[in-house]
Design a protein around this ligand. Structure first.
Ligand code: ADP
Ligand code: MG
Length: 263
């Protein structure tokens, strides 16, 4: 039986089509959950829906958000060769690009050896989110931790976490390339737990979850972190040899052997 909410959204669908702004119907649905969760007033909800539409229409706004995100190099899904990467399903990636996970504060995890396209796909989804009016922040795990550590040192960790949480999406690249000391592990844990069920994270790692204990120096912290990240997440495991080395005969980099062994 359709609920009152279903009927309201059906009506919004109709009205948005009449206004020739189908995206508003989409945004109305998406932001309704967030509005309840964050206790927005009705005017705040309306403003958020309209603002997202205005942002999305504004191509220069997209360019500003892409720049502000700090991506290492712009990448798109269109540039990604899915035939070369059996671990990434094109349909799944296009579903994710549509951004539904952002509404649900869902996460995405890309695992796999170096050069298999983890950063490429994470950035491509980040760019898509920017075009949808979403504020995105990109950084390596080490960079996010350094930012929090600096704030922590001057007693402003809570303020900094709140600032980071103004990004509706953060991308945390390269979890596992550098091991964390106890303070870094603790700061990273706080980052993950303040966003939990609130706003989205895309994480990339060259290490299987079973290896994360080594990165964080503590099995319990690693387990608690993985639990929060994966609870509402798409986990995509990329496979194979490095795309960077595809035209070479090199398939036996020590790192590739070690990481494939770890999968
Ligand atoms: P990772 O983050 O897994 O180490 P990257 O995403 O940085 O790998 O990929 C390395 C390089 O190869 C990048 O320039 C990326 O754009 C390219 N690349 C990787 N996989 C693909 C693919 N399947 N199709 C097109 N380009 C790819
Ligand atoms: Mg990478």
């Amino acid at each position: 039986m359709p609920t009152v909410a279903d009927e309201t959204f059906t009506r919004i669908d109709y009205l948005a089509r009449a206004l020739k702004t189908p995206r508003i119907a989409d945004m109305a649905r998406r932001l309704a959950d967030q509005a309840v969760r964050d206790e927005w007033t009705a005017p705040q909800y309306l403003a958020a829906v309209l603002e997202t539409e205005v942002n999305a229409r504004d191509a220069s706004g997209t360019a500003i958000r892409v720049k502000a995100a700090g991506f290492p190099a712009p990448k798109t899904l269109a540039e990604f060769n899915f035939d070369h990467q059996p671990g990434a399903d094109k349909t799944t990636l296009h579903r994710l690009a549509a951004g539904g996970y952002l509404t649900e504060a869902g996460n995405i995890v890309f695992l796999g050896p170096p050069g298999t396209g983890k950063t490429h796909l994470a950035v491509a989804l980040g760019v898509e989110a920017c075009t949808q009016g979403v504020r995105v922040g990109f950084g390596t795990a080490a960079a996010w931790v350094a930012r929090l550590a600096e704030a922590h040192q001057i007693g402003r960790l809570d303020q900094e976490l709140r600032r980071v949480n103004r990004y509706q999406l953060i991308i945390v690249d390269e979890v596992g390339y550098l091991p964390f000391d106890a303070e870094a592990a603790n700061l990273f844990f706080q980052l993950v737990s303040t966003r939990y069920e609130h706003s989205s994270i895309i994480v990339t790692s060259n290490l299987a979850f079973s290896q994360w204990g080594h990165v964080f120096g503590d099995q319990m912290i690693a387990a608690a972190m993985i639990d929060r990240i994966v609870h509402h997440a798409d986990v995509i495991t990329l496979k194979g040899a490095s795309y960077r080395l595809r035209h070479t005969q090199i398939t036996t980099l020590p790192s590739i052997q070690a990481e494939q062994g770890a999968q």
